[in-house]
Design a protein around this ligand. Structure first.
Ligand SMILES: NC(=O)c1ccc[n+]([C@@H]2O[C@H](COP(=O)([O-])OP(=O)(O)OC[C@H]3O[C@@H](n4cnc5c(N)ncnc54)[C@H](OP(=O)(O)O)[C@@H]3O)[C@@H](O)[C@H]2O)c1
Length: 320
């Protein structure tokens, strides 16, 4: 079967399409014929070589989120799974292939009216956004700033905060066109990447959901209300300055909080519950999925070039 592997970490040119044997599901696993594969921001972070120490090696298959039909099951898995249309988390890697294996515990049946494409746009990003807001102790009526809202996680954070009754939902993004699209999803104020550009925006926020980190992170601490909380869940802009905590210490009297967040810290059952709820909400039209573009699996390198060029709003989906 066709698979996309990383032969050399760095540029998308280091990705290749190869032929590999179809996997056999092990005990507790299902085999899925993929109809849609999500291209996540984290795939690009790994491919660039920005995450070291996790043992990513030549031949690594990127992608962690697929949707399709179960065609076989391993020992201990009910045969009734065969023929079901599902979403699955394949682990860190293993997604950019025609057929994936996944643990049945991380495989969820899909509502009939939700497409596979929509499922891989929502399955992880909605869950991460949900728990990041919870980690920030976001409460209805509070003001929220989503930093890096044009990606799939940010798009979900905007919608979830708005639908939960946020007092205001500000976003950072790089263009007026993106800002208009984010307003249509629930943003009330649109800021540029530096956090400026909307004089009507609230002067400070109770919660900042930060997907960027990078050198500008400390300047966003100045935008926190007393008792404000920043939750950083991504490093799209690189690491923050080593002394970023000094800005919090300097604002001691405002009782600010900084936290990191990883969905790995959430129990699997809770992740599955939220994903299932989101699939149902999307199938009812209560959550919007934003698909930037569908591309054939063998154009995965092109998808990564588009991500590196900053062209992607929402998520690219690969179709085998
Ligand atoms: N914590 C977790 O559990 C978890 C789970 C999955 C993924 N992640 C992390 O989440 C990140 C990917 O999320 P994503 O796919 O939603 O994001 P993304 O699409 O990679 O980026 C989001 C947006 O950030 C803006 N941006 C890009 N570079 C920037 C820079 N240097 N400074 C300021 N803004 C910049 C871009 O929008 P504009 O051009 O409009 O500004 C971009 O669309 C990765 O770091 C990944 O590791 C975390």
């Amino acid at each position: 079967m066709q698979a996309v592997v990383i032969k050399t970490f760095g540029s998308p040119d280091g990705m290749s399409v190869v032929d590999i044997p179809t996997p056999t599901p092990a005990a507790g696993q299902v085999l899925i014929t993929n109809a849609a594969i999500g291209v996540g921001g984290v795939d690009a972070v790994i491919r660039r070589g920005a995450i070291s120490g996790y043992g990513f090696e030549e031949g690594f298959v990127p992608g962690s989120e697929v949707a399709g039909t179960v065609t076989a099951v391993g020992a201990g898995v009910a045969p009734s799974w065969v023929g079901r249309r599902v979403w699955a988390f394949t682990g860190t890697g293993g997604g950019y292939v025609e057929q994936s294996v996944a643990s049945v515990e991380e495989t969820l049946p899909l509502p009939e009216s939700l497409s596979s494409t929509d499922a891989v746009t929502l399955g992880s990003s909605g869950m991460v956004a949900h728990f990041a807001l919870a980690h920030a102790h976001f409460a209805p009526g509070e003001t929220v700033l989503v930093r890096g809202a044009a990606g799939s996680i940010g798009i979900m954070a905007v919608q979830l905060a708005a639908s939960a009754g946020a007092g205001a939902v500000a976003v950072t993004t790089s263009s007026a066109e993106r800002g208009a699209r984010l307003r249509a999803l629930g943003a009330t104020h649109v800021l540029d990447r530096a956090g400026a550009g909307d004089t009507a925006a609230p002067p400070n926020y109770d919660v900042i959901i930060d997907i960027i980190a990078g050198p500008d992170l400390p300047t966003f601490f100045d935008k926190l209300a007393p008792n404000g909380r920043v939750v950083t869940l991504g490093i799209v802009g690189g690491p923050p300055p080593a002394d970023f905590g000094m800005r919090l210490i300097a604002a001691f009297q405002r009782s600010l909080s900084f936290a990191t967040f990883s969905a790995d810290s959430i129990p699997l059952a809770d992740r599955n519950t939220v994903r299932t709820n989101h699939f149902a909400a999307a199938s009812r039209g209560e959550l919007q999925t934003v698909v930037h573009e569908c591309l054939p699996l063998d154009q995965a390198a092109s998808a990564h070039r588009k991500m590196d060029a900053g062209e992607v709003f929402g998520r690219i989906v690969l179709t085998p």
